[in-house]
Design a protein around this ligand. Sequence first.
Ligand SMILES: [Fe+2]
Ligand SMILES: [Fe+2]
Length: 377
Amino acid sequence: MTNEPNKISSAANRRSFLKKGLGAAAAGAGVLGIGKPIFAQQPSSTLPAGDVAILRFLAAAEIIESDLWVQYAELGGIGNNLPIEVDPNQPLNPYQVALSNLDGDGPQYISSNTLDEVSHANFLNAYLISKGAPPVDFSAYKTLPGSTAMGSTGKLRLTNLMNLNVDTSWFIRYRSATNPNFGATYPQAITLNGVTAIPRSDADYLGASNPNFPGNDHIQAIANVAAFHFAYIEQGGSSLYATMSQKVTDPEVLQITLGIGGDEIAHFLEWVDFAGNGVQAPVAPFTDVVSGLTFRNFFKPLNPLVQPSLIFPVPCEFISPNLPHVAVIRPTVQQFSGATAAVNSFTADGLFTGQSQQFLDELQTMAIEADAAIRLI
Ligand SMILES: [Fe+2]
Ligand SMILES: [Fe+2]
């Protein structure tokens, strides 16, 4: 990752968090004229504090996911109105065509994934409220201008999708027999730095059409970037929920984290297949002369670490190197897939480029609190 303008060092963050926390507590004590910290004044939840912290961070992550998926759905989904009916008379825009080249049902899957994320965010916030805990609201941070291309509503956004550094190492990680839980690292399957995952304006739709290959190489490259980004986001959600589930106390909260986490895995699996279709015939190989991006055919030469047809997690080491390899979600340890790790990864991805420091501080504080949660036996 090279472009990390908003990356916060964990040390700096801790300082900022402590400063902010102390400041808030002092302010609360001053206003209320008592010596209790500010959080003691909030309505008490019936859930353990650690479970509330985990659910609040997951709600934050789902709001972030919802914001980015809505952008994808507006431009590349099956239609602008949710829920969505297929209209065979509705012509597809070039981005939808390019996504359809990766899977004929691609636009429907994008709309469905978006509905799922909105349902996750709404459910988690409603559940928090039902338990007397504060919900998460990032609406004040929807300040980023998004795409102006045909299809976009032009709304202000929470996340950036037009200048990303997409981490594609998941493509190799899930085909490897090693496990990041033990510190294994992976190279990028394809380098995607400073790229857009959505058409930024109608100019990105333009290009010569090939009757044998609908769309054009420029918008196809944008769709291919999106494909790798879809899977990057959803593998992150899969690992985050699997990691947080190990730390919750209340059985009902565990039911929630396992239930939603399973849906994140369902998303990830589809996008693994989808991204793989962008790096094999008939889509690849091709080069977009506008962006300079090249997508080669990953079958040539055949290398199991990037073989597109290997869509399920390849068995890897797990728990102990002495045990047999097993097909699992990974990573699943806090250092690599906890809340702070998720924030750092999303920041390195560029999702928060242009966001305010206040937003980053608020999110980081929630991540630190979620990571501090422990399961109470
Ligand atoms: Fe989600
Ligand atoms: Fe997701």
